[in-house]
Design a protein around this ligand. Structure first.
Ligand code: PRP
Length: 216
């Protein structure tokens, strides 16, 4: 049996906090850095293996069992609807999925945005949101720099993640409606959760203790 626990870590905003948090419960390895050329880093002593992955790919590694567990934003989980077990809300990486428009193009009510084009990295969440409101829109999927959409006339509005609000401000976009709030989650592969239950259960309990301490 594979006695290692393999952890998929997302590059980007959640990376540093994920590494720091896991180190506090004894899950660490030398040179786990975001810009590491080595994409798999193991610690033979503690039997931990880290996979450094692109954020959107973390749930895929976990779903297929290439990683036993992973850390990923709830926003990505809601968008992808992967078959993974959500073990713990880690609390950090708090952000909102936001509907936003150029400040000069704000309209009186949400239904006034019907039949417009929306640029987003979250087409499924955006579709569900507009459907629920009964608003027809055309959704254009982008992979980054979503705020560029309205600036270059690709779309009239955007649905994107807002953390500090700086990006919206710098691009003269106004918040219209918050769709949901998301934080980082610890997820597990279904089979790993059963086969490595004792170790994963202990990890979750240890993380809970550390997070409670940090909250105080
Ligand atoms: C995210 C998001 C916004 C920005 C929001 O992008 O898509 O662009 O962060 O953060 P803020 O409210 O603190 O300014 P990310 O940095 O992940 O890169 P991307 O635009 O290439 O997706």
């Amino acid at each position: 049996m594979d006695e290692y626990i393999t952890i998929a870590l997302p590059k980007g905003k959640l990376f540093d906090k994920s590494v720091r948090l896991l180190a506090k419960v004894g899950y660490s390895a030398e040179n786990v850095t975001e810009d590491s050329r080595k994409l798999v880093i193991s610690n033979e002593e503690t039997k931990v293996r880290f996979i450094i992955a692109k954020t959107v790919d973390v749930p895929t590694y976990v779903e297929y069992g290439a990683a036993d567990i992973g850390i990923i934003g709830k926003d990505v989980l809601l968008e992808q609807d992967k078959d993974v077990v959500e073990l713990l809300d880690l609390g950090f990486g708090r952000c909102r999925l936001m509907m936003a428009v150029p400040e000069a193009k704000r309209r009186a009510k949400l239904t006034d945005y019907a039949h417009l084009r929306v640029a987003t990295k979250y087409p499924n969440c955006a579709k569900a949101y507009f459907n629920k409101l009964g608003i027809q829109t055309e959704i254009v999927k982008l992979n980054g720099s979503i705020e560029l959409g309205p600036i270059v006339g690709l779309s009239e509005m955007i649905v994107d993640i807002v953390e500090t609000g700086r990006t919206l401000k710098e691009n003269k976009l106004a918040e219209v409606d918050s769709i949901f709030t998301a934080t980082a989650r610890l997820i597990a592969n279904r089979a790993s959760f059963k086969l490595k239950f004792a170790r994963l259960h202990k990890l979750v309990e240890d993380l809970r203790i550390v997070l409670n301490e940090e909250d105080k």
